[in-house]
Design a binder for this molecule. Sequence first.
Ligand code: NAD
Length: 452
Amino acid sequence: MTDRYASFVQSGAGRALVKRLGLPDPPRLRRHTPGDPLVPGPVLLGSAAGGRLAEPVGKILAAAGVELPDPAAATDATSRHAALVYDATGITDSTELRQLYDFFHPQARALLPSGRVIVLGTPPAECGSPREATAQRALEGLTRSIGKEFGRGVTAQLVYVTRDGDAGTLTSLESALRFLLSGRSAYVSGQVIRVGAGTAQPPADWDRPLDGQVVLVTGAARGIGAALARVLARDGARVVALDIPAAGDTLAAVANEIGGTAVQLDLTAPDAPARLAEHLATRHGRVDVVVHNAGITRDRTLGRMDADRWDSVIDVNLSSQERINDVLLERGLIPAGGRIVSVSSIAGIAGNRGQTNYATSKAGVIGLVESLAPVLRERGISVNAVAPGFIETRLTARIPLLLREAGRRMNSMSQGGLPVDVAETIGWLAWPATGAVSGNVVRVCGQSLLGA
Ligand code: NAD
C-alpha cells in the first residue's frame, strides 16, 4: 500500500505547498541498509555529574567507530549531530534536572534529520531514595516530549539500565544503543526500554547479529511476517516460516526467496503444537527464537459481535501462543539463550472501538510477556512483545479512508510505519546480544497519539 500524500510532500512542489498551508509534513525516514555506518554523523555524549554509564557507553560507541566530539567544544549549536546521548543516572534530586535543560537546550535545533536522542537512567524501583526515584521517573516526560517536538524523523527514547548489572547488561546496553541509533528503529519513538541482567552474547559481526540462529516466524506468508522473515534471514538466521495451508504458495515463495523452510499449519488445530514441536525437533533439534506474529481481526462492536468472532480472535492471537510456548518449553526445544517475541498492538494498550475481541487478545499478549519473563529468566530465555501502531499492510488498507488518514498522520512521524519497521524491532529483540532485555513491550508506532 502506498502513502501518496507522503510521496507528494517529499517532492519539491509538495514541500512548498505543505509549508505554506501548515499541513502534516511526513519526513523521509532513515532506514537500515546492511553496511551502513551506525550513525551518519558525530554523536554528542553528555553526562550529569556522577553518572555511572557515560564511561562504558563512550567505550562502546568509540569501538563501534562512532565519532564523539568533546561536549565542551560542541555547545555552540553550530555543529550538527546525528545523535545526542545523555547519561542521567547521576541525577538524584529534582533540583538536578536542570542539567538536562543545559545539555539539550543548545542542541534542540541542531540535530540532523532522523537524528536520535537517547537518555540513560536508573529504574525508579531500584533507586536508593524517593527523591532519586522521582527524578529518574521524570526523565520519561523529557524524552516523550522531545519525540513529539523535534520532528524531521528524530526519535527519542529513555533507556533504564539496572544497577545490579552483570556482563549481560553491558552487552544488551550495546545492543540497545546499536538498535536505537541505527535506521533499524526508524519508526520507534517515545519508548522506555529496560535493560536488566541476563544471558547475552555479543555477535562475532554486528552486521549479522542472528548468525546461525534457528528462528520460527508464524504468519510468515505476507505482511509483517513476510518482512520479518526477510529481515531475520538478512541478519543471518535460519528461518522456519509458518502459515496456514491456504497461504501455501505465498509462504513457499517467501521461504524460497530467503533460503528458509516452510511449514503449513493452522495454529488453532488441536495437534498444531505437537506437530510443530515434531518438525522443529527432527529438522533442527531446537528453536532459538519463536516469533508469534500470526494474528487476525474480526471487528464488530461488542453488541453486534457473534461468539465465533470473539472465539477465533482470542484463539489465534493469544491462546495458540500459550499452547505452543508450553509444548516447546516442556520438550526443552527452546535452549538457554532462547527468545520468545510476541506481536501485540497499540489496541491492546489503549483499546479500540469495534475491537473488544482483538484488544483483549493483544492486552493478553502483554500479560503473557510480563508473567512469563520472570519465570523464564532462570532458564536464560527472554520474552518480549512489540506493539505496532499504524503499519501499511493489507490489514490497515481495509480501514475506511478517513480513519486511515487519521491513523497515518496522528503520530510524531506524520506517516504510517512499514512492515520492515516492526520486523527490525522484533529482530533486535531476537538477537543473542539482547538477552538482558526481557518483559519489555516496545511500541513501533511512530509515537502514535492514538493508543497513547
Ligand atoms: P496479515 O493479515 O497481513 O498477516 C497475518 C498472517 O497470519 C497471514 O499470513 C495469515 O494467513 C496468518 N495466520 C492467520 N491465522 C493463522 C493461523 N490460525 N495459523 C497460521 N497462520 C495464521 O497481518 P499483518 O498486518 O502482517 O499483522 C501481523 C501481526 O501484527 C498480527 O498479529 C497483527 O495483529 C499485528 N498488528 C498489525 C498491525 C498493522 O497495522 N498491520 C498493527 C498492530 C498489530
